[in-house]
Design a protein around this ligand. Structure first.
Ligand code: SF4
Ligand code: SF4
Ligand code: SF4
Ligand code: FES
Length: 973
């Protein structure tokens, strides 16, 4: 045969087909090796297995225990080959290629051995293929065919594993041990891919069996990521939806609508029904991995609580009327016109959400700027990552993270500050854990012992800086002080890449004695020596990368800390290449994108200030209307003015400010004061209970668009089913609309038609008006799968790492970060500090995840309290406790744990009735107004009934659900 493939002179022909399983992971060696497989010369990277090389050469070797997402294991003996000059039959999955060897994958002897192996497997396997849920999608079945197995000589009379009880405890998948071939793929997937180590093979030989630690899956360490289900070659581990619906018929690649990791999924469908969501093997952010939310928790999209018919009412005491789209949209438009005529154009505004697609955010901000006539548009990033936008723009010149997720695999030191990746960004958390198991060092700065500190197998933080909540700036200054005073600054980098004057000013500032770890020890509550050691490790340990989250931004000095983080990265030369960088872990799926799309009141798309004449002229020409040069109202300004009575209407798309924003009572009072609240959402959320118009939105499965994740990766969202539609009161059905269509119709009703026929038209407009998106189109996304912006003429395929040659602003700029303690202090009345966070199984306000089986893991929010603080107050595990702050009181169940330090309590905020935001104050970041969610002085006492707020909430909520025509007993709250 000809030498046709993969020659050294053509290394570029090593193209991979994501639909193929190459059996073992690919090698990234630059050294190429040529071998001969079944007569064909194949040239592959050194370190490639013979199995993988054969597959690249077009030859498929039978296999069972091997799959290319896992390291080779070599247990099934099905993949044996013959190598000329070598004795025996080596397993092709565990044998690496060698130069010049000649391999045979098909000989009569090999065929005999393989049939023998398969015969043994099949003789201990239920022969119920025709009724098995994975019939036609089972590797065991495929291999029986591939090796030509025609008969099984051994009957079921002897010992076997048939008839063992299924484990159905996990809500999403079953484990049927009678079908297990003990290939260990699940065990390895749990270890290598997920990093949870929940599974083991117990026993030896015939007694070997897979076990989630002698308990059922639900009670085990399992976090329900689905990696084992994905890896299982038989029907042993299988999704319950596949058992119920049968194998899927077609699939569409789309993007998870939950967190900022932005995992790519194949929505596997039967008609318009999703059968399962399978993580896409070549997904740029997830490489075939997933977490419990994206993999399994998509049932909310078709939940009975969905509102699918437009609704209107005059007052929030009135029952909702279900009407047609035209009536609802015209009513909303007439209200906006009436209110603007009466109170002025600035009396109305809009709020977009990071749950929306880029295209939806873009048309919403366009509607507000071009049609409402003001810049009164804001987004939920206001309450999460607005300090990131500000701080990184000031220092580096671009409001975005600097790296790809994969970059962490080249980090030597990982500094996690105020983030909890294993819960908040689980797929990236798994990747980070993999790097840590390989030996990277870990510094965690968090008041609470997150899982990475010591609760993840084979991982232990080298330094856990469990600082006092609110002292982030002091910590960053103390770390910088050590770097500067101990001569650890990378001066060459700073001289070449940064503004020297700004560096000198910063250096002199942090070098002051008052910024030493010793001077700041009391504020930090940390051993200064530990801070010094952590700083030295960060500055000298090789590639050091910083990952941070809301524990950094949601403070009165959130922007200052972000700038301090950038200072530290620049001073130590840790920016502009792989393995380093400043990486904000964005909470929701499209926080990055919604900010990119101009959802803030002072910026057009692409972070260009509204006062910039050239930019404004560009948008005025494109949109054909004059635009305001004055920054509009931020969410807190809108709410303050509404409470005072001068802000009268809001168009709220996909955001639930009544639950997610701080000081709930202030928010609800502001909403009550407005004359027209228009909510566009899937459910009657907390804000919608104060609304006058409800536009039923479409779920991510029902629309086209794009999301941009935390690594600036723009990924496609694709419609796999038509938007839901409901019955109007006149008995008519109308088609549902994608969210951008609703906004466009609303705009038309206000006298400004938007001429888009598809979401891709909106992206084309974004690309035409936004330099960093110039090269982005749906067509290119289809070709490349995803694109990291900037994507333009200089970087047509996108930009994985930013600031490589120079910073976006030219020279990096250091800023002085003076520590100013928050005004939210403890005292005798409020002696504890409450801080908040999230949990793996739930997402944000929980509107989606509470409507899935994920509630089995987190049915309620609890307050974590240290045993000493609990004992002082006579609080026992599970007691109801009142949590009282200067803003309000709520009641939660106590969880006693040493994860929090004495003096600190912690809760999540996924259930509306928990009222976590009833107690958070209206303190906020000095630069961006991002609320100080992470520091609230509270008292915690034992109580035996709900708070007054909770009682009022329950009554109001039930009334509102009834007014919408639903039953409070069945609606998820
Ligand atoms: S679902 Fe994930 S965590 Fe659970 S056992 Fe499987 S791989 Fe491990
Ligand atoms: S459960 Fe599946 S993956 Fe795990 S050992 Fe059994 S057959 Fe292999
Ligand atoms: S929630 Fe985040 S980590 Fe989980 S599947 Fe979705 S995007 Fe991935
Ligand atoms: S696939 Fe190689 S031993 Fe199982």
């Amino acid at each position: 045969m000809d030498d046709i493939k993969y020659t050294p002179s053509q290394p570029q022909v090593l193209t991979y087909d994501a639909n193929k399983d190459y059996g073992t992971p690919r090698s990234d060696s630059d050294v190429m090796v040529t071998l001969n497989i079944d007569g064909v010369d194949v040239t592959v990277p050194e370190g490639t297995s013979i199995m993988h090389a054969a597959q690249l050469g077009g030859v498929t070797v039978p296999k069972l225990c091997a799959t290319d997402s896992l390291e080779a294991f070599g247990s099934c003996r099905l993949c044996l080959v013959e190598i000329e000059g070598r004795r025996g039959y080596p397993a092709s999955c565990t044998t690496p290629v060698a130069s010049g060897i000649k391999v045979k994958t098909q000989t009569p002897k090999l065929a005999d051995v393989r049939r023998g192996v398969m015969e043994l497997y099949i003789s201990d396997h239920p022969l119920d293929c025709l009724t098995c849920a994975t019939n036609g999608d089972c590797e065991l079945q495929d291999m029986a065919g591939a090796v030509g197995l025609r008969e099984v000589r051994y009957g079921y009379d002897g010992e076997n594993h048939l008839g063992q009880a299924k484990d159905e405890s996990n809500p999403y998948f079953t484990f049927d041990p009678s079908k297990c071939i003990v290939c260990s793929r699940c065990v390895r997937a749990c270890e290598e891919t997920q990093g949870t180590f929940a599974l083991t093979i117990q026993g030896r030989g015939f007694e070997s069996k897979v076990s989630p630690g002698n308990q059922n899956f639900l009670e085990s360490e399992c976090v329900s990521c689905g990696a084992c289900v994905q890896a299982c070659p038989t029907a042993t581990l299988i999704e319950k939806t596949v058992i119920e619906a049968g194998t899927p018929e077609h699939s569409v690649t789309t993007t998870c609508a939950y967190c900022g990791v932005g995992c790519s999924f194949d929505a596997e469908m039967k008609g318009e029904e999703v059968v399962r969501m399978t993580p896409t093997k070549d997904g740029g952010a997830n490489h075939g991995h997933s977490c419990v939310k994206g993999r399994f928790a998509w049932g909310y999209a078709t939940h009975a609580d969905r509102i699918t018919t437009p609704m209107i009412r005059k007052s929030i005491q009135d029952p909702w009327q279900k009407v047609g789209w035209d009536e609802a949209i015209n009513y909303a438009a007439s209200e906006i016109k009436r209110i603007q005529a009466k109170y002025g154009k600035d009396a109305v505004g809009g709020i977009t959400s990071s749950r929306c697609t880029n295209e939806e955010v873009y048309v919403t901000q366009k509607l507000i700027r071009a049609v409402f006539g003001s810049n009164n548009v804001d987004t939920c990033a206001r309450v999460c990552h607005s300090p990131t936008g500000y701080g990184l723009k000031q220092t580096l010149g671009e409001s975005a993270g600097t790296q790809t997720f994969d970059s962490v695999m080249k980090s030597d030191v990982i500094f996690v500050m105020g983030a909890n990746p294993t819960d908040g960004h689980p797929v990236f958390g798994s990747l980070m854990k993999r790097r840590l198991r390989e030996g990277a060092k870990l510094i965690v700065a968090d008041p609470r012992a997150i899982d990475l500190v010591e609760n993840s197998p084979h991982i232990r933080a080298d330094y856990h800086l469990n600082l006092r909540p609110g002292s982030n700036v002091a910590l960053i200054s103390a770390l910088a002080h050590v770097v500067v005073t101990e001569g650890l600054v990378k001066e060459d980098f700073v001289k070449e890449r940064c503004e020297w004057d700004s560096f000198v000013a910063w250096r002199d500032f942090v070098a002051k004695p008052e910024n030493s770890p010793e001077s700041l020890a009391k504020d930090l509550g940390l051993d200064p020596q530990k801070v010094r050691e952590a700083a030295r490790l960060f500055a000298t340990g090789g590639n050091a990368a910083i990952y941070y989250g809301l524990g950094v931004t949601e403070h009165s000095q959130g922007s200052t800390t972000v700038m301090g983080i950038a200072n530290l990265a620049m001073a130590t030369g840790n920016i502009g290449r792989e393995g380093v960088g400043v990486n904000p872990l964005r909470g929701q799926n499209n926080v990055q994108g919604s900010c990119d799309m101009g959802s803030m009141p002072h910026e057009f798309p692409g972070y260009r200030h509204v006062s910039d004449n050239e930019t404004r002229a560009l948008f005025e020409a494109a949109w054909g209307v004059p635009l305001s040069a004055d920054p509009g109202l931020r969410i807190p300004n809108m709410l303050d003015l509404a409470a005072e009575g001068s802000f009268k209407a809001v168009y709220c798309v996909g955001e639930d400010i009544a639950q997610s924003d701080p000081d709930t009572q202030h928010v609800t009072h502001a909403l009550e004061n407005m004359e027209c609240v228009i909510v566009q959402d899937l459910f009657l959320n907390e804000t919608a209970k104060f609304a006058h118009v409800f536009f039923p939105g479409a779920s991510f499965l029902e629309k086209n668009g794009t999301f941009t994740n935390a690594e600036r990766r723009i990924s496609p969202v694709r419609k796999v089913m038509t938007p839901k539609n409901g019955l109007r009161e006149d008995g008519k059905h109308e088609a549902g609309l994608e969210d951008w269509e609703i906004t466009a119709k609303f705009s038309e009703a206000l006298g400004y038609p938007m001429h888009y026929s598809h979401a891709s038209d909106i992206m084309d407009e974004i690309a035409a008006l936004t330099p960093t998106f110039k090269g982005v189109s749906f067509k290119k996304l289809d070709e490349l799968g995803s694109i990291q912006w900037p994507c333009n003429d200089e970087a047509p395929a996108g930009t994985p790492t930013m600031h490589v040659e120079e910073f976006v602003r030219g020279k990096g700029k250091f800023f002085i970060t003076q520590y100013v303690p928050t005004t939210e202090r403890v005292n005798l009345k409020f002696p504890l500090i409450l801080t908040t966070g999230r949990i793996l199984s739930q997402y944000n306000v929980g509107a989606q995840t509470r409507r899935t089986e994920n509630v089995v893991w987190h049915p309620e929010d609890k307050i974590e309290i240290h045993p000493h603080d609990a004992e002082d107050r006579g609080i026992l595990e599970g007691d109801w406790v009142g949590v009282t702050s200067r803003a309000g009181q709520t009641v939660l169940r106590a969880k006693i744990t040493e994860r929090v330090q004495p003096g600190v309590v912690y809760t999540t905020f996924h259930h509306p009735e928990s009222g976590a935001n009833v107690i958070t104050t209206d303190n906020s970041d000095w630069a961006t107004n991002c609320p100080e969610y992470k520091v609230t002085a509270v008292q915690v006492t034992k109580v035996n009934q709900l708070s007054e707020w909770q009682k009022d909430y329950r009554t109001f909520s039930d009334t509102q659900i009834e007014l919408s025509g639903m039953d409070p007993q069945t609606v998820v709250s």
